[in-house]
Design a protein around this ligand. Sequence first.
Ligand SMILES: Cc1ncc(COP(=O)(O)O)c(C=O)c1O
Length: 483
Amino acid sequence: MLNFFPIHIDKKSKSPIYQQLGDALHDLIEQEILKPNMKLPPIRTFAEHLKINNVTVVNAYKYLENKGVVYSQMGSGTYVSPLPIKETPSSIFLEQLDSNEKDLTTPEQNTINFVTLSPPTDLFPVDDFKALFNTVLERDKGNAFNYQESQGYLPLRESVCDYLHHYGIQTSPDKIQIISGAQQGIDILSKALLRYGDILFVESPTYHGAIAAFQSRGGRIIEIPIEKDGMDLKVLENYMKLYHPKFIYVMTYFQNPTGISYSVDKKRALLNLAEQYDTYIIEDDYLSDFTYSSRPIVSLKALDHRNRVIYIKSFSKILMPGLRLGFLVLPKSILQSVLSAKHTSDISTSGIIQRTFDLYLRSDLWKKHSKDMQNIYKDRYACLLTEIENLLLEYVSYIPPEGGLSIWLQLKDHYSIEEICNRLLSYGVIVSPGSLFSFNTSTLPYIRISFATVDNEHIKKGIQIFYDVLKEYQENNKKGLSH
Ligand SMILES: Cc1ncc(COP(=O)(O)O)c(C=O)c1O
């Protein structure tokens, strides 16, 4: 390993040797030649290799530790910090996000869109909302268009509590904050809880919109790898000992992008760690409505007896994203700061939308729509799985999520995801590359395929194109034509 370090020490230079060494290592970390959590060489060996004193290496490591670029573990050594050292927000990440969002909002005609998680507009319950809008206008007249209380329309907060009761979450209207979509929830929580430079933990990979919001509020993000039943708790606990995160952001059901759901054991362990290390967990429930197995849904919030969980619920995927509606269930300790963060953001979520949605939640229309959507998506999910099983298994592996709106495909390591995505695009198929969901690693060999807007006919067509592209790519690779 030492031979690969291009380190030049100038013993005649005026700057101290420890500093020269520290700066050289800093450059290597910045260029990601030395990667997060990589162990730096043992002091004695490194000193011998560079023909300098042990103490100089010790001082260089201390110099880097003071800058927050490395950390030391007693009896084990010095490691590269997992924290990004460049200024936040990461412009490269945001550029990537931006271009992906463009694909989302302006897909070419005839494109098979495996990117978006939003339902197609023909599944929106437009007629029901039209009737309920009219009912609200006749009942409330101009009040429907007045400023609404910042915390949210009280009858809606009451019906939200009834709704949550079905999911085993016991709460009261004074702990509910109505928000203009889950994205706003993530943003106002960041605004209320983070100060510039504060540390927070996320699953790796994770939802890019959350990363962007945390970065825009100056948060420093540590990614915790995700396993098939939730976060890697050993890594999490190690980092808990080293840093004190303001919160841990998780999706316990059908995680975006991996589709992973947490086991009950992991949920309990996560709650215990949050209590032990005195931090909050933000549970983003953007999708638990879509479960295709008989497994009951038990959110972290339902298990949270010590008020460690901040629960976010979105209605964008089950209903209509343009409603811009969701809610938070808040621990009392942060209620006031979140309320004022919401107030300074947009004063309140639209009153007419809240009043209409309140009637919708109270009616049976809600239950019927939710059942219909589940059936449609369950059918698409089964179709996508069959097509993958029939055509792609030679090239990809995956864990069936048994719910949600997407499948996370792992491709063979040496495949160029960028090239495959570009080739798919040239045939009119758009997918989300794995790199979009992590800001540390640009080379995740994954692709997320979402079936939210794609019917069975197009799923079959799209996966056939995927197969053709992979087959061609592999053949070219074998002939040495690729790359
Ligand atoms: C995990 C996750 N959280 C939040 C959101 C944002 O949802 P909303 O439309 O409610 O703002 C999304 C959107 O895709 C998401 O995937």
